[in-house]
Design a protein around this ligand. Structure first.
Ligand SMILES: NC(=O)c1ccc[n+]([C@@H]2O[C@H](COP(=O)([O-])OP(=O)(O)OC[C@H]3O[C@@H](n4cnc5c(N)ncnc54)[C@H](OP(=O)(O)O)[C@@H]3O)[C@@H](O)[C@H]2O)c1
Length: 319
């Protein structure tokens, strides 16, 4: 089995590095794939008729999401809106934010984009308070904004280290800090924070990223203990490699990417050796945010096709 693919279960640096070290078509050929068309699952759009009927699980609930201009956050915003939620979300790229807002409204849902950078204290506070005031509090918060970055520890600049921690760890802290007072007033709420399967499995070039995602897990546990008595549940979600701009190298042709991502994850459970779709991660978020798991808090929920479950059996040749 190919070495890059063996080591690769996690994210930008692994996917990018793996793609960079061999030609895409060559890599797909090594893995026995040509240009494979990957059908979009019918349920994957995330915006459906339930938003029109108003009968979704989150009908009328206020949902806040950081980092929903793209990828997992965008898919989750669409999915919540499709189930009747009022979604307030942020990201730095205003054009993309307005586009996601429009997509949701055109489908009959309710959403508000607020331009905010999770590294900036005042902007996070302003964003959270604006969503709470527009939608009458915060029932669910999905603290998801994050960036990657891959270098060996001695090559990583102090600025890069700080930026990754400021976005992935301090950004989640700031969001929780300003969400909690709204939830305490209501004496209820659900918070889900995006960590990563990379939190428990380091890569040589993943020091800053793994440290930041491990920090999220620690923060989640402390917050679960602190606010459980007030009816607030806090959990971490650990996605495995997911097809978003986070891992997709810019400019790569669709056919090459489809072939590559379908052959991703040889360490995943047999039959799931592929990248996750953002919509699959979104469904896990909605499940955790729903009323179906009142007993679950302080947990780290992994959704990674089994890539971190352990080692698969390797049969000796001829066995
Ligand atoms: N894709 C994967 O394989 C994977 C696996 C495990 C975990 N994750 C985690 O999942 C989360 C979402 O990633 P993704 O895959 O959906 O990547 P993505 O498509 O690149 O989305 C990242 C989102 O975070 C936002 N963001 C980044 N820095 C921000 C900042 N300073 N302030 C506000 N928003 C910011 C981005 O918006 P702007 O650029 O517009 O600000 C964007 O909306 C991240 O925390 C990532 O670490 C991803």
């Amino acid at each position: 089995m190919d070495t890059d693919a063996q080591t690769g279960s996690s994210e930008q640096t692994d996917a990018g590095a793996s793609l960079g070290r061999r030609s895409l078509l060559g890599g797909a050929a090594v893995l026995g794939l040509g240009s494979v068309a990957l059908a979009s699952p019918a349920h994957a759009t995330g915006v459906g008729p339930s938003s029109r009927s108003g009968r979704g699980r989150f009908h009328g609930r206020s949902v806040l999401i950081t980092g929903a201009t793209s990828g997992i956050g965008r898919a989750t915003a669409r999915a919540f809106a499709a189930e009747g939620a009022h979604v307030g979300f942020c990201g730095r790229r205003a054009e993309l934010g307005r586009q996601v807002e429009r997509e949701i409204r055109d489908a009959g849902g309710e959403a508000t984009y607020v331009q905010a950078d999770v590294r900036v204290d005042a902007q996070v506070r302003g964003f959270v308070d604006r969503v709470a005031s527009r939608y009458g509090g915060i029932d669910v918060a999905f603290n998801n904004a994050g960036i990657g970055g891959g270098r060996l520890p001695h090559e990583l600049s102090v600025e890069e280290w700080d930026d990754i921690q400021a976005t992935n760890a301090r950004g989640v802290f700031l969001a929780i800090k300003y969400e909690i007072p709204h939830m305490l007033r209501a004496r209820r709420g659900v918070i889900i924070c995006t960590s990563s399967s990379a939190a428990g499995q380091a890569r040589p070039n993943g020091a800053a990223y793994t440290a930041s995602k491990r920090a999220v897990q620690g923060l989640v546990k402390a917050a679960a203990l602190a606010y459980g008595p007030q009816g607030i549940r806090v959990n971490a979600l650990l996605p495995g490699t997911t097809d978003t701009p986070f891992v997709r190298p810019p400019g790569i042709p669709d056919a090459d990417w489809l072939a590559y991502k379908q052959a991703w994850g040889p360490l995943n459970v047999d039959g799931l050796e592929r990248m996750a779709e953002a919509e699959e991660i979104a469904r896990a978020v909605l499940g955790l945010a729903s009323d179906d798991f009142p007993y679950m808090t302080g947990a780290s929920i992994t959704v990674d096709g089994g890539s971190t479950a352990g080692r698969k059996m390797v049969q000796p040749r001829g066995a």
